[in-house]
Design a protein. Structure first.
Length: 179
């Protein structure tokens, strides 16, 4: 597509101001799909979904915590104050977890997509290498030993996930209900 000119499914070129609504919708959908399949699009989507899921995870974990928020004995406080402290703690934990998961998702997805683009292959090794680079990069401030452990741990986790996702075409396990 030349800038300012739309090439339709029939191969005819039209200026953008002469498009029908259907052609405008097709062009918009095509541009959206192209963006979501690009490395920046994948990185943004992974960061956003990681942020959302991390927020829910943090909210859940805060609600399951046995410790008292801020080390305060809240049993002696009025109910309204107890609720205020609890919700404040849940919000802090949810926000912290959301930021961490979003950041992790962005880093991993961006590195994985870059490696895949560089190698021009879609296989398990892209995820393993991205896991190693992400794990090492996130733990490098703690020193080289921590970076090595982060690399190995995240690469192992990425390998397990990649192998699980790759085995999706295998036959499901047999059970007693198939008879």
């Amino acid at each position: 597509m030349v800038f300012g000119v739309y090439t339709g499914s029939n191969g005819a070129d039209k200026p953008l101001d002469q498009l029908t609504q259907e052609e405008q919708a097709e062009l918009g959908a095509r541009k959206m799909i192209e963006f979501m399949q690009s490395c920046p699009g994948k990185t943004i989507m992974a960061g956003g979904s990681g942020f959302a899921l991390g927020g829910f995870f943090g909210l859940f974990m805060a609600s399951m915590a046995y410790d008292t928020p801020g080390g305060v004995h809240i049993n002696d406080l009025p109910f309204k104050q107890q609720m205020k402290i609890q919700f404040s703690d849940m919000a802090k934990r949810s926000w912290s977890s959301a930021k961490n998961f979003g950041y992790l998702g962005m880093i991993y997805s961006g590195v994985e997509c870059s490696i895949e683009s560089l190698r021009a292959k879609h296989d398990i090794y892209n995820g393993v290498a991205a896991g190693c680079i992400t794990g090492a990069g996130l733990s490098i401030k703690a020193g080289p030993q921590a970076a090595f452990i982060g690399c190995a741990g995240f690469a192992a986790f990425s390998t397990a996930i990649e192998l699980y996702l790759a085995s999706d075409s295998a036959a499901p396990p047999s059970n007693d209900y198939d008879d």
